[in-house]
Design a protein. Structure first.
Length: 141
């Protein structure tokens, strides 16, 4: 036999659980020493659903695209090079991306050789740096 909650019941149970579990947007250890997030979601035992992971991922990507779109030169790049820079911003964060001053100058002047070299000279993982530098150089993903 199946059971379907009404929207009113969903709101009631959410309110009750927030009262008892709290609402946290960072990981924390619950009273049983289990890693938990949100409204008492036990990550240790339940993990995260693919739907949730994908939703958070695309939300993060949208944030990085918004940041990168603030640079005029970003719009002139082909899609593959944009993907490489989104990957870089995702990896290092938007604030640290701004520390790639010489790479940004190279991108402004459309100097892909210099931009690629700046990535290779950075402190990101060697494999990622090589991959992203190659994409910037060739435009091939």
């Amino acid at each position: 036999m199946s059971f379907e909650m009404t929207e009113e019941m969903r709101i009631k149970i959410k309110t009750l659980l927030i009262k008892h579990e709290g609402f946290r947007n960072h990981l924390y250890k619950d009273s049983r020493d289990k890693w938990t997030i949100g409204i008492g979601h036990n990550i240790d035992d339940l993990g995260l659903k693919d739907k949730f992971i994908n939703e958070v991922f695309y939300d993060d990507i949208d944030d990085h695209v918004k940041f990168l779109s603030s640079f005029e030169w970003f719009h002139a790049l082909d899609e593959n090079r944009q993907c490489a820079l989104i990957d870089l911003a995702y990896n290092v964060g938007d604030k640290n991306f701004e520390n790639f001053v010489e790479m940004i100058k190279a991108l402004e002047s459309k100097n892909m050789d210099k931009a690629s070299q700046e990535i290779l000279d950075s402190k990101i993982s060697k494999e990622r740096a090589q991959d992203l530098a190659e994409i910037l150089l060739t435009g091939n993903l």
